[in-house]
Each structure stands twice: as C-alpha cells, then as structure tokens.
Design a protein. Structure first.
Lengths: 81, 106
C-alpha cells in the first residue's frame, strides 16, 4: 500500500524534533522515496541511531507499507556550504 | 524467537563480514541488496551472505535482533553496521574500508 509524499514528510516532521525534511518520490509510484532529514536531534548520534529515529517516526510503516526509503540523516553542523 | 536469536548470534560471531540480504551475491532479489553487494565487491574482502528469503525465521528475527526494519543488513566483527544507505555513506567517506580492512579493534 503506497504512502503519499506529504504524509511521509508530515510523519518525519512530527516525529523528529526540529527536523527539516525533504522527500523525493524516486519512481513516481508512491513506493520508492528518498528522505533527507536535517535535525539537531541527530548531533552526536551514530548513523544507526539516527536511522532508527527516522524509522521510529514512521511508526512501523518501514518495511511494511513503505517498501523503499533511502534515508540521509544529517545534523545541522555537518552541512558544508 | 530466541531460537532465531541464537542462530543469528552464531552467524554474526562466526563471520567477520556478513550481509543479511534478499537473494544471493550472484542474484540479488532487491535493488538495495544489490547495492550492498556492489559495495562489498568493491572492498575486495571475503564476505558471507545469508539469503533471508530462504529462511523466514532469520528474515523476521534479524529485524528484531538489530532493531532495524529493513534488509539488507551488514554485520562486521559481530557489530551491526547498518543498511545499504549507511554502507554507501561509509564507503564514500572511507570508513567502511577501514572497518573491514583492520582486524577487530579493542
């Protein structure tokens, strides 16, 4: 069951404190997305812990109704201009 | 589920580099697993794969074991490293090469 891009964005914004979220629908089928999430909540966390926060925000949809999501979880201070 | 846990314990402790994936290294059954294999091939170190499609107990057990909802999953020296996105990030930064090239630290 596909999930809408704006619904995905909403879940991530609400689930991760201070998150700036950019969702891209990779295949145009509502089933393959990439999400870039920038949040101070990621500062000092390992990659695994960051991704686990992203998956937690999606409340069990990942691996179920949401099949394919590429995740980039970035702390604000890591953004190079 | 505890049976799955002990089986996974054994797999990750007996194999320095092991990828839980869909399909085999020659015939990955999912784009993400294929990407993970491409990265491991590039590293040029020996690695083991476990096809979760052939083993429902492992397929479900590994998600709980790692607290990670998706396949593929990479383990190095008994430690969970991540899925294909993390593998790609670490490959690009050189961290993955270091992780598998060096013997188990500590």
């Amino acid at each position: 069951m596909p999930i809408a891009a704006n619904e995905l964005e909403r879940l991530l914004r609400e689930g991760i404190p201070g998150a700036e979220v950019t969702v891209t629908d990779l295949a145009g089928d509502g089933d393959h997305y990439s999400a870039r999430v920038v949040s101070p909540a990621f500062s000092g966390l390992s990659r695994v812990k960051r991704h686990q926060q992203v998956y937690a925000a999606l409340g069990g949809r990942m691996g179920g109704e949401l099949h394919a999501l590429q995740v980039q979880a970035v702390a604000p201070e890591e953004i190079s201009k | 589920m505890s049976d799955a846990k002990s089986r996974i314990d054994e797999i990750v402790s007996n194999n320095e580099v092991v990828l839980f994936m869909k399909g085999t290294a020659l015939f990955p059954q999912c784009g993400f697993s294929g990407r993970a294999i491409a990265i491991l091939d590039h590293l040029g170190v020996p690695f083991e794969t476990v096809d979760v499609l052939q083993d429902q107990e492992i397929r479900h057990g590994i998600k709980e074991y790692s607290d990670w909802p998706t396949i593929p999953q990479l383990y190095v020296n008994g430690e969970f490293v991540g899925g294909s996105d993390i593998m790609m990030e670490m490959f690009e930064s050189g961290e993955l090469q270091q992780l598998v090239g060096a013997p188990a630290a500590q």
